[in-house]
Design a protein around this ligand. Structure first.
Ligand code: NAP
Length: 487
């Protein structure tokens, strides 16, 4: 398939955009500057998006401010109806959205379908949850007064999202924001802006009013600067690297914005001697290789206790070697291209360092171009580079451990604390480990923990705030206290 045939696999043409969406209009950059969006498998151009000018970003902020009063006063039930209509449209265009995600991100199509469903789940959850932003009536401490607290939307919110889940990382911000009554401007990653623009198209079709949701594209530092400095913007929700998140937090300090920060991870997986072998291998496969390893909750370090070590590595190696590397658009591909060549170089660097430290390859090997094969390296030293930095690729490194205390010490030896995984059968080990591991989320005997129904988020350098569940709605609400005297 040449690039034009690949692009034509998105059959509903309005989903494949080359303009930004501001105040209900599709706009190009006023100075004509553009950025190419390329297909990671072929390197070919899928679309060209505008590198917007500062005045156009300001236009989106002003439109969101103008749209806020009417949207925030629209009954939550009516907002929910619009979100349900959007859910219907996402489901109706599921095939096209999945192909669009694979085209711009490279991930295997079967995983892109998973992302569409996961992303749609946030729209489904918040269409309902927005109607349950309940307040409190507080027993008055003195006579003649009525005290209550009610939840009100924060105002204009902005979302900055990464390339690894181009649709779902946005819907988990967009859906609670709109359900709460906030307006939102999204800035998707420059490598994968097309899913966000497709969402804007469907939101428009679903009846989201002009200005309530805009998508701006172009220079990250310019957009970040305008978002963070603006006193109109009351909320920034960011998903991406800790490095950029920290900069944005500092830039938001002078205007004291509410922040949600979903940042980098370095998830440990602990496999104890009493773990069920099949369960542990299944959990490691999904925790490590989902999204070609390009996930913030990917098991970055796999620690295996000494008695189960040989059996685990042998079975895991067979499964890793059986995975198919190739074009994400083919339904039987397990591992697609990584986002760019630099991502493959990083995986190679981590592999080379682990091997130089005495590691042995049981499956896979070095990557080339944008393709990195699923790889398993054992006998990795506990201070290897791959245990300290997010590899963000399909490289699994196994470190042996002896005691429970060793495992917890190794797991917590990181400034990050997003997800962690434990495979064991002893109830005592499971409960102790979930208590002792410093992370925002713990998967027990599973490598798949993400769901719109549960609070997702990290501790330490992995961020602040929660996405998903009722807690995700609160991130867009202020609890206003009212004291009515003289009664
Ligand atoms: P990134 O470089 O931090 O980029 C994320 C977003 O920030 C992109 O939209 C990027 O725009 C934008 N950005 C970059 N510099 C900016 C600036 N100066 N001002 C404003 N925005 C700026 O991260 P990434 O490499 O795309 O994503 C991978 C990271 O995200 C990993 O660390 C991963 O763990 C983390 N992540 C965390 C979660 C979570 O829920 N905790 C989920 C997914 C990913 P451009 O694309 O235009 O540069």
């Amino acid at each position: 398939m040449d690039q034009s045939q690949r692009n034509a696999s998105v059959t509903y043409k309005p989903l494949l955009r080359s303009s930004a969406y501001i105040d209900g209009k599709w706009l190009d950059s006023t100075d004509g500057k553009t950025v190419d969006v390329t297909d990671p498998f072929t390197g070919g151009v899928i679309s060209t998006i505008p590198a917007l000018e500062a005045a156009q970003i300001q236009q989106a902020i002003d439109a969101a401010q103008r749209a806020f009063p009417a949207w925030s006063r629209t009954p939550a039930r009516e907002r929910g109806k619009i979100l349900r209509k959007l859910l219907e449209l996402i489901n109706q265009h599921r095939d096209d959205l999945a192909r669009l995600i694979t085209l711009e991100n490279g991930k295997p199509l079967k995983e892109a379908y998973g992302e569409v469903d996961y992303g749609a789940g946030f729209v489904e959850v918040y269409a309902e949850e927005g109607q349950r932003a309940l307040g409190e009536i507080i027993p008055a401490p003195v006579p003649g007064r009525k005290l209550y607290a009610e939840k009100e939307p924060l105002g204009v919110s902005v979302a900055i999202t990464p390339w690894n889940f181009p649709l779902a990382m946005l819907t988990r911000k967009f859906a609670p924001a709109l359900a709460a009554g906030c307006t939102m401007i999204a800035k998707p990653a420059s490598q994968t802006p097309l899913a966000a623009l497709a969402l804007a198209q469907l939101a428009e079709e679903a009846g989201v009013p002009a200005g309530v949701f805009s998508v701006v594209t172009g220079r990250a530092s310019l957009i970040g600067d305008l978002f963070t400095k603006s006193p109109i913007v009351r909320k920034l929700s960011f998903t991406g690297s800790t490095e950029i998140g920290v900069q944005l937090m500092a830039a938001c300090a002078p205007t004291v914005k509410r922040l949600s920060m979903e940042l980098g991870g370095n998830a440990p997986m602990l496999i104890f001697d009493d773990a069920d072998l099949g369960t542990a291998v299944d959990a490691a496969m999904i925790a490590k290789f989902r999204n070609c390893g390009q996930s913030c909750i990917a098991a970055n370090r796999i620690y295996v206790q000494k008695d189960i070590y040989d059996a685990f590595t042998k079975t895991f190696a067979q499964r890793v070697a059986a995975m198919k590397l190739g074009d994400g658009l083919e339904m039987d591909t397990d591992i697609g291209p990584l986002i760019d060549e630099a991502a493959v170089e990083k995986v190679n660097e981590h592999l080379d360092e682990a091997l130089a430290g005495g590691g042995s390859i049981l499956a896979g090997g070095r990557g080339e171009g944008r393709l990195a094969p699923p790889t398993l390296v054992t006998n990795v030293k506990s201070d290897a580079l791959l245990t300290r930095e997010e590899t963000f690729g399909p490289l699994a490194g196994i470190v042996a451990f002896e005691t429970y205390d060793d495992a917890i010490r190794l797991a917590n030896d990181t400034p990050f604390g997003l997800a962690s995984y434990v495979c064991a059968t002893s109830g005592e080990t499971i409960h102790k480990a979930s208590r002792d591991i410093e992370s925002g989320m713990v998967g027990i005997n599973t490598g798949l923990i993400s769901t719109p129904y549960a609070p997702f988020g990290g501790v330490k350098l992995s961020g602040i705030g929660k996405e998903g569940s009722a807690h995700g709605l609160d991130e867009y609400l202020n609890l206003k206290y009212v004291c009515h005297a003289g009664l």
